[in-house]
Design a protein around this ligand. Structure first.
Ligand SMILES: [Zn+2]
Ligand SMILES: [Zn+2]
Length: 231
């Protein structure tokens, strides 16, 4: 028995491009047969709609509240809601971070000034996962899609993103086919036109929080869901 989790989801309370609410995200994921969902809204430098002109701890708390709302909504539904972030580190280039609690981010105001190597070191020191989001995505807002920063800056790669074109995903899968980094898959779900259940990770057990999620990925004991198939 494997338990399917969506790893990459946006909601309207935190992501300016997100259309669905936190509760809708849970309902859609349950409908798709998933056991859990990771909230990875756009963070401080990304396409957030959380007010950046508030103290750091308040910014992080406001961001966290949407995840907490979903968690409370799902409390009686036998469904796991997990905290994550997606942060922009240079134009068009983003990381997905798992395994950091909101409190750990709130405690470090320097987080928003970290460059990519500093962020990698911080995330890894906390036992977390820092994944290159949708590498090789060719879109107007990404100035140099083929310029990958290098494996040394990450411990995971989003090798399948359901909003990427098949060509972009094929390029990533080819590029990273011999990589030792942990491979992940995500929907980049923003709106009901996007598909849930075609991406994500399948685990041999239920995952209750973001720390457990990071440990499970680091253990390597999981399978990828790629275009609806567990592979
Ligand atoms: Zn977005
Ligand atoms: Zn995203």
């Amino acid at each position: 028995m494997l338990y399917k989790y969506e790893m990459h989801t946006h909601t309207c309370a935190c992501s300016a491009c997100g259309v669905i609410t936190a509760e809708q995200a849970v309902d859609i994921a349950i409908e798709a047969g998933l056991s859990g969902l990771v909230f990875t809204n756009h963070f401080y430098y990304g396409n957030t709609c959380v007010d950046r002109h508030q103290p750091w701890a308040d910014f992080v708390k406001t961001y966290e509240n949407d995840y907490l709302r979903a968690k409370e909504y799902a409390a009686d539904m036998d469904f796991d809601v997990i905290f994550g972030i997606e942060e922009l580190y240079r134009p068009g280039k983003e990381v997905l971070i798992y395994g950091l609690d909101a409190d750990e981010i709130a405690a470090v105001p320097e987080f928003r000034h970290m460059n990519l190597p500093e962020m990698r070191d911080f995330v890894i020191s906390k036992g977390g996962i820092i994944a290159a989001a949708h590498p090789f995505r060719h879109r107007d807002y990404i100035p140099d899609p083929d310029n990958f920063d290098g494996e040394e800056y990450f411990n995971a790669i989003e090798v399948y993103n359901h909003q990427n074109t098949p060509e972009d995903n094929a390029q990533a899968q080819e590029y990273f086919k011999d990589s030792k980094l942990h491979m992940i898959s995500g929907a980049d779900y923003h709106r009901t036109e996007h598909e849930m259940g075609k991406s994500g990770l399948a685990f041999p057990r239920r995952i209750k929080d973001t720390k457990e999620l990071a440990r499970q990925i680091l253990s390597g004991d999981y399978k990828l869901i790629i275009n609806g198939e567990i592979v």
